[in-house]
Design a protein around this ligand. Structure first.
Ligand code: PLP
Length: 392
């Protein structure tokens, strides 16, 4: 019998939707021209590209006058905003301060630390014990020197949604640029750049059933941002490099599908996630991080006292179930989950986190099997755990 393969690590990456794969196919071997070429091979691509960009604009409710610039990934988009603002404002001596949080993805955290090495002052707002931050923390941190606030829309570990609309309003009032990393929000909750008053927004196709290696940066009309990549003046000179046509078309389709599945995510997937959580919470000494009301519908960060997250992952993996202990990039080292540390979990508990993230391709049958495997794994691992003294 074939072993089951159940993918519950959709915050790390997602399966490409077969409809996305299909729409991309003709742009590899048939319509492979460079859209900048003046001949037919180039120009015949324009309608499909135009359509893909329209889908991206609609997906985040950008206005026609704003820019959506294609990048290679959200890591690039995030780097671009921080370094671009550095070149535009900070290096020129106009301002010298950036505000972010202590639970951003490393694409923000590591870039901020790099900028600190160049003399930039960075405030890392701490999340509270519920895993969230308040808009008031941002208000209090803003000074005359603040050039940029960069705060994620939803956290990749907990799924907690940060108060982006309130923060956007504060930044607008104070005349400070506002960037949000919306990688974990797109396709899970509505994302509206106008309502949220954002100046810059990053996203990445592979988190919403599009291909890997393509992302984008939304730039509000009139906002300056020094390019990271200079060259052939592609994308109106904002990011040079020949356009990755099949992937742009795939990302457009993935965005459009993500919008059409939003209701499904927030009804069926939400119910499935809650059903799984309710079942796992029946196990003694199991905790879920973050209030359900403030989380994206697909994510659960669960802590199982007495069991190292990695040991749990190993048992789940043996049974064909894929989860993670934290962000994909950090899951190969055995450090404590950074969000668990940030909410003040004790050292032992911080090592017990397991992140389960669903997608529209998961089924009730898969979740029932996961619950069964989880229960057996907890029983087995607690029996051999030296630190656990509670009820199994
Ligand atoms: N930001 C967040 C919140 C993420 O979860 C990730 C990926 O895990 C990234 C940025 C990086 O995205 P990419 O893989 O497109 O560079």
């Amino acid at each position: 019998m074939m072993q089951k393969r159940i993918y519950l690590d959709n915050n790390a990456t997602t399966m490409v939707d077969p409809k996305v794969e299909k729409i991309m196919q003709p742009f590899f071997c048939e319509h492979y021209g460079n859209p900048n070429s003046l001949h037919k091979f180039g120009t015949e691509i324009h309608p499909a590209l135009h359509d893909a960009f329209n889908k991206l604009y609609e997906g985040i409710n950008a206005s026609e006058e704003d820019d959506i610039i294609i990048t290679s990934c959200a890591t690039e988009s995030n780097n671009w905003v921080l370094k671009g603002v550095y070149f535009d404002l900070i290096a020129k001596g106009e301002k010298n301060h950036i505000i972010t949080t202590d639970v951003e993805h490393p694409a923000i955290g590591a870039t901020c630390r790099f900028l600190e090495s160049l003399g930039v002052k960075v405030t890392y707002l701490s999340i509270n014990k519920d895993g969230n931050i308040s808009a008031n923390q941002v208000r209090e941190a803003i000074t005359e020197q603040t050039a940029l606030v960069s705060i994620m829309w939803a956290n990749n570990e907990t799924g907690l949604i940060f108060p982006i609309e309130e923060i956007g309003a504060i930044c607008k009032e104070k005349g400070v640029l506002f960037h949000t990393d919306a990688v974990q929000a797109i396709g899970k909750i509505p994302v509206d750049v106008q309502k949220a008053n954002v100046d810059f927004l990053s996203f990445s196709a592979h988190k919403f059933h599009g291909p890997k290696g393509i992302g984008a940066l939304y730039i509000k009309k009139g906002r300056q941002l020094t390019p990271l990549l200079h060259g052939g003046e592609h994308m109106r000179g904002r990011r040079s490099g020949t356009l990755n046509v099949p992937y742009i078309i795939g990302m457009g389709e993935a965005m459009s599908l993500a919008q059409s599945y939003l209701d499904y995510e927030n009804s069926t997937i939400l119910e499935l996630r809650n059903y799984l959580e309710d079942a796992l919470l029946k196990i003694p000494d199991v905790f879920v991080i973050g209030d359900r009301k403030h989380r994206v519908p697909n994510t659960t960060l669960i802590s199982i006292r007495g069991i190292e997250g990695e040991a749990m992952l190993w048992d789940l993996n043996k049974a064909g179930i894929a989860c993670s202990t934290g962000s994909a990039c950090a899951s190969e080292d055995l450090e404590a989950n950074p969000v668990m540390v940030a909410i003040g979990a004790d050292k032992e508990l911080a090592h017990t986190a397991v992140r389960i993230s669903l997608s529209r391709f998961n089924t009730k049958e898969e979740i029932d099997y996961t619950i069964e495997v989880f229960n057996k794994a907890v029983e087995r691992l607690r029996k051999i755990s030296s630190s656990y003294e509670g009820k199994i």
